[in-house]
Design a protein around this ligand. Structure first.
Ligand SMILES: Cc1cc2nc3c(=O)[nH]c(=O)nc-3n(C[C@H](O)[C@H](O)[C@H](O)COP(=O)(O)OP(=O)(O)OC[C@H]3O[C@@H](n4cnc5c(N)ncnc54)[C@H](O)[C@@H]3O)c2cc1C
Length: 644
């Protein structure tokens, strides 16, 4: 940590267009002055903004590459990084958006850049049972920038549960048991708290820094005490043996700065001549000749272009854009493609099906504290100078809990709790103690159902590649989803009824919903109605290009993530999950990308592959898991060749 304040406000390296400023993401003009000054300071701090280490984009790209990665998001950054380990492989990344804004690297600014031009701003439509207060349309933000959604997310590092992966494998997806995916989580990881979490499931030396934020609000310890009072376990590590309970989560940050996938996996290799990244480049179609993907059509800054791939095209557009790109390329349900006047290349009925997401409901409370801005000059100075204090964390959002409801088995928990409050995001004057208003302070708890049964669809609205797809989340169509969520709401409410939280006078802050006035306030029927009105659509979209065997007509990619029936084409992101994992999805997206890169390298028979930059090789795959529990693995102490 620095021992002095760094005061220069001139960016050391060029400040090319990097998305919106902090002033632009705060809600009104009274934030302009303070947030503009803060933005200038942030851009000038190389340890935060990393302007000198940014990837230098290519414009225009060349025509011929070995591999083209479509989407430089969470998974795409990892795939491109790993493939370009081989100097003889020329890799092009085509990313629809710009590089990430320095302001988004401040943890407390989490999700503030959503709703701007670096968010795809998708919405679902025609929901019969969800988001009814917004006309049956749920908001689905997605990052449209290098680093993708990892630039906007809560950074929470959760891997899901052993049973998730063992279930994938049980569907015929060889190689995806928990024991077989664990090494691919570990090979990315540089756990900065290894002495706390241990090496049984964690690793050091990888490209992705993982550890708790340097700061948390005092109330965090009371939330954990409340959970303990209710009889829930407290855990040091939800990714370890104690995989249920409440905790202050580890996150993808380094020294109080967000580590997006692009920052972690692409920036260290910005000097590689064989790794080229094109920004503001939107892929509109995969070019398929003789049932082999040979390149892509794309628009860069409005100019139509083509790039050719001699080996593979790898689609990493995320759970919304990847199926859309396949459909635009004529790969998908035949009838739908014909109705959209898209030339059918391959009838693949599963494209855009099985689209699903966790579902939540936010319960708001007030506590006995003044409702003041968490961002002020003191917090700003502490962050700009030392990367510490309220801005170096997401406030209460770093707390989470994962527990089983009564509807699942203890080894496959299905409820996650997210918390909100104490987010140092926008301020007007910066004066310490400035009140937002005279109200009490608000905090929230969002119970989230992790095993949703309702499945939706994605379809093209037209054959215009720039038209947003038609997304039907079909939330809560299976009554079980609402039933488990209701149990989660009851648990959330019970937090107010603990000694730990009573001292804050934690009080439910919920005006009865007009639309639910026919039900007794706070009855089960009332909450079921409220869930349908103000559904929390969550941000863990998955499943729309699901992995499965060719014998499953709805499978889109095979267990090596190759699109069924098309050579040289893979999909690598959360869309391949047959069923969404039981927690946040960024770490699984990174693991999927690590696995994909190793598939690709082994299939192209690369000898003596340098797999993981300067990190040691992962351990060889472990024998197939037969039980549903986490298994120990040994960290490698010597380099071994990979078995794929
Ligand atoms: C508000 C929010 C909070 C979240 N919090 C957490 C959390 O705390 N922890 C966690 O683990 N997960 C969290 N998530 C979820 C997690 O971030 C995502 O599941 C994950 O990042 C998805 O990775 P991906 O690679 O599948 O897609 P993305 O990261 O979205 O990458 C897709 C990329 O492809 C690009 N692209 C799309 N179409 C095209 C095209 N046609 N041409 C070129 N480029 C294209 C996009 O611009 C984008 O960069 C959160 C998500 C949100 C929105």
């Amino acid at each position: 940590m620095s021992t002095y304040y760094r005061t220069s406000v001139a960016p050391v390296c060029g400040d090319h267009f990097l998305g919106p400023s902090l002033a632009q993401v705060c809600p009104a003009s009274q934030f302009l002055m303070f947030m503009s000054i803060l933005d200038t300071f942030i851009r000038s701090q190389e340890s935060i903004a990393q302007l000198c280490e940014r990837v230098r984009p290519i414009d225009p790209p060349e025509l011929n590459y070995d591999f083209i990665v479509v989407g430089g998001g969470t998974a795409g950054s990892v795939v491109a990084s790993r493939l370009s380990d081989l100097p003889e492989w020329k890799v092009l990344v085509l990313e629809a958006g710009p590089d990430e804004p320095p302001g988004a690297d401040i943890p407390s600014m989490v999700a503030m850049f959503l709703g701007t031009e670096i968010d795809w701003q998708f919405r679902t439509s025609n929901e019969q049972n969800a988001c009814l207060s917004s006309g049956g349309s749920c908001s689905w933000p997605r990052g449209k920038n290098l680093g993708g959604t990892s630039v906007h997310n809560g950074m929470m590092y959760t891997r899901g549960h052993a049973r998730d992966y063992d279930n994938w494998a049980a569907m015929g997806n060889d190689g995806w048991t928990w024991r077989e995916v664990l090494p691919y989580f570990a090979c990315s990881e540089n756990n900065t708290e290894i002495n706390r979490v241990g090496r049984k499931y964690h690793s050091t030396g990888g490209l992705l820094s993982v550890g708790r934020f340097p700061w948390r609000p005092d109330i965090a310890s009371d939330i954990l005490a409340a959970a303990a009072e209710k009889g829930y376990p407290l855990t040091e590590d939800l990714n370890g043996d104690q995989f249920t309970g409440f905790t202050v989560a580890q996150t993808m940050n380094y020294d109080g700065v967000r580590r997006s996938a692009a920052a972690a996996f692409l920036r260290p290799f910005r000097q590689r001549r064989n790794l080229q990244v094109a920004l503001n480049a939107t892929v509109t179609k995969v070019i398929v000749e003789n049932m082999k993907a040979v390149g892509v059509q794309y628009y860069q800054d409005g100019v139509p272009r083509v790039a050719r791939a001699s080996r593979e095209v790898i689609i990493c557009g995320g759970a919304v854009n990847s199926p859309q790109i396949l459909l635009l390329s004529g790969i998908g349900p035949k009838d739908h493609l014909q109705s959209m006047n898209v030339n059918v290349v391959k009838d693949l009925p599963g494209v855009g099906e099985n689209l699903h997401n966790h579902v939540s409901y936010t319960v708001s409370f007030t506590i006995n504290e003044p409702n003041e801005y968490d961002l002020n000059w003191a917090a700003a100075a502490e962050y700009v100078g030392f990367q510490r204090g309220p801005m170096s964390s997401t406030g209460m959002s770093q707390i989470t809990g994962i527990i089983p409801s009564r509807y699942t088995s203890p080894d496959h928990p299905d409820l996650q709790f997210f918390f909100g409050g104490y987010q140092a995001s926008c301020a007007t004057t910066g004066e310490v103690g400035t009140l937002i208003n005279g109200d009490r302070r608000s905090i929230s708890i969002s119970p989230t159902y992790l095993h949703p049964r309702s499945k939706g669809t994605l379809r093209l609205a037209s054959n215009d590649p720039f038209a947003k797809p038609v997304i039907h989340g079909n939330y809560l169509s299976d009554p079980m989803d609402g039933t488990v969520l209701l149990e989660g709401i009851r648990i959330a409410l019970s937090f107010a009824n603990t000694t730990a939280m009573r001292k804050h006078n934690m009080t439910l802050d919920h005006t009865p919903l007009q639309a639910c006035s026919q039900y007794p306030f706070l009855s089960d029927d009332y909450w079921r109605c409220a869930i349908r009105q103000d559904t929390g659509p969550e941000n863990h979209q998955a499943g729309s290009c699901k992995m499965g065997l060719a014998s499953d007509p709805m499978a889109v990619v095979d267990p090596r993530l190759k699109v069924h029936g098309i050579k040289g084409l893979r999909v690598v992101d959360t869309s391949i999950m047959p069923q969404v994992t039981s927690s946040n999805t960024a770490a699984p997206a990174i693991m999927i990308a690590e696995k994909a890169a190793s598939f690709i390298k082994s299939e192209w028979a690369v000898p003596n592959t340098q797999w993981y930059g300067n990190h040691a090789l992962p351990p060889p795959p472990l024998p197939s898991a037969t039980s549903s529990h986490h298994h120990a693995w040994k960290h490698p102490i010597s380099r071994k060749s990979h078995s794929h």
